[in-house]
Ligand binder design. Structure first.
Ligand SMILES: [Zn+2]
Length: 104
């Protein structure tokens, strides 16, 4: 009666699909097709949400407009003990602190 699929199997399938979609998305960025690049990230996010899997760290994307973070679509700077990543598509800025132990 139960048609539950093993959690590991779900995760494995989800991850291969996420990886594939993120790869396609980056290809679309290279082709200057941002519409499709963002669509692929949205699909990958939907799979991740539905299956409760995490999108691997190497696949970064803008949380605001879903553009994949590539050298072409993001600007990365180091200042004031923060890594600043700005999305060139929508202009939103993400700041990641580092050197947290300084100033103690
Ligand atoms: Zn953005």
């Amino acid at each position: 009666m139960s048609r539950r699929i093993d959690r590991n199997v779900v995760e494995e399938i989800a991850l291969t699909r996420i990886n594939k979609l993120m790869m396609l998305s980056k290809e679309k960025v290279a082709e200057d097709d941002m519409e499709y690049a963002k669509l692929y990230v949205r699909l990958a996010r939907r799979i991740a949400m539905r299956t409760k899997t995490k999108i691997p760290k190497e696949h970064r994307y803008c949380k605001n407009c879903c553009a994949p973070s590539t050298p072409k679509t993001s600007r990365v700077r180091l200042n004031a003990h923060r890594v600043t990543v700005q999305c060139t598509e929508c202009g939103c800025i993400k700041r990641i602190p580092y050197l947290r132990e300084q100033g103690r």
